[in-house]
Ligand binder design. Structure first.
Ligand code: NDP
Length: 281
């Protein structure tokens, strides 16, 4: 079997077009959706992510406020700045780019963002809503994976899904979304025994680890759906966590890296900003 491509670029564009429509409707009602992006320090990768988010926002008509703070900003200062954004009714979404400098507790910072402006979906209240349902603002990467599967017509009910990785931003929320879609879900992590056997049994594999080629093509079950969240730079090239070519020989569907989950993530961020602005009206 040669896999078909789960095309995040195409579906991402579709989602962005829907967001642009929602933003137009909001503007017609006198509401200008606005996203505040907070960047602490000068991590080059973070700066690229922030720039891309700003570009996409502009494309769909969302205003952005950039708050760039020096690496030595204290936690108290940062919390103060977030407090100001929290109290500003013209700001509908607040995003703090991670990672934060080591002297700042990310959990304390994420808790300072009001849940209704938490467009990354990382606040404990939004994470709790995700588990209990109905979900409110859902973390962008797993939300993007689910939309990509749904719009491609992949039915998850009763499927055996393995999520490799248990981070708070990808693995855990992804597992809950798959469960809510009636998949039978296993979460694997660095202490999991015999990962190959688990993956071999999976109808759906989501890899979110951050290790190039960790998931071998030979582990993939014939006809499986493979969602590769990983972004790794190897010899100047971006690759995922799955051995793409070998996996594509066996899978029915697979996401490329780049062009799979990445564009869906940013589209879902814009979708969350539109939703936050609509809820504030
Ligand atoms: P984290 O580093 O937070 O989590 C990695 C997870 O992988 C951990 O749960 C870890 O287990 C697990 N793990 C590590 N080694 C192994 C192993 N040998 N076998 C099985 N599991 C293992 O990463 P993130 O979740 O933040 O990101 C994962 C990847 O996704 C990265 O490449 C990141 O760049 C990418 N990413 C891509 C996005 C996109 O838009 N496409 C958005 C966000 C992330 P343990 O908990 O036991 O340590």
């Amino acid at each position: 079997m040669t896999a078909r491509i789960l095309d995040g670029r195409a579906v991402g564009r579709e989602v962005l077009a829907e967001v642009a429509e929602r933003v137009r409707a909001l503007r017609a009602r006198g509401v200008a959706p606005r996203l505040a992006v907070v960047l602490v320090g000068d991590d080059p990768a973070s700066a690229v992510y922030v720039r891309n988010k700003g570009r996409r926002a502009a494309e769909v008509g969302i205003d952005t406020v950039d708050l760039r703070l020096p690496a030595e900003t204290t936690e108290a200062d940062l919390l103060g700045r977030i407090g100001e954004l929290a109290g500003d009714p013209s700001v509908h979404g607040i995003l703090v780019q991670l990672p934060l400098p080591a002297h700042v507790d990310p959990q304390r910072v994420l808790r300072a963002i009001p849940p209704e402006k938490d467009v990354d979906g990382f606040h404990p209240q939004n994470m709790g809503q995700l588990v209990l349902g109905p979900p409110a603002l859902v973390p962008c990467t797993p939300a993007g994976c689910m939309i990509l599967l749904d719009r491609t017509g992949i039915d998850l009910a009763g499927k055996r899904a393995v999520v490799v990785g248990r981070s708070n931003i990808v693995g855990k929320p992804m597992a809950h979304l798959l469960l809510a879609a009636d998949a039978t879900v296993t979460i694997a992590h660095s202490r999991t025994r015999d990962l190959p056997s688990l993956v071999r049994e999976a109808d759906v594999v989501v890899a979110a680890v951050g290790r190039p080629g960790l998931v071998k093509g030979a582990w993939i079950r014939e006809g499986a759906v493979v969602v590769d969240v990983g972004i790794n730079r190897v010899d100047g090239k971006l690759v995922g966590d799955v051995e793409f070519a070998a996996a594509a020989e066996r899978a029915a569907w697979i996401t490329p890296v780049p062009g799979g989950v990445g564009p869906m993530t940013i589209a879902c961020l814009m979708r969350n900003v539109a939703a936050a602005a609509e809820a504030a009206v």
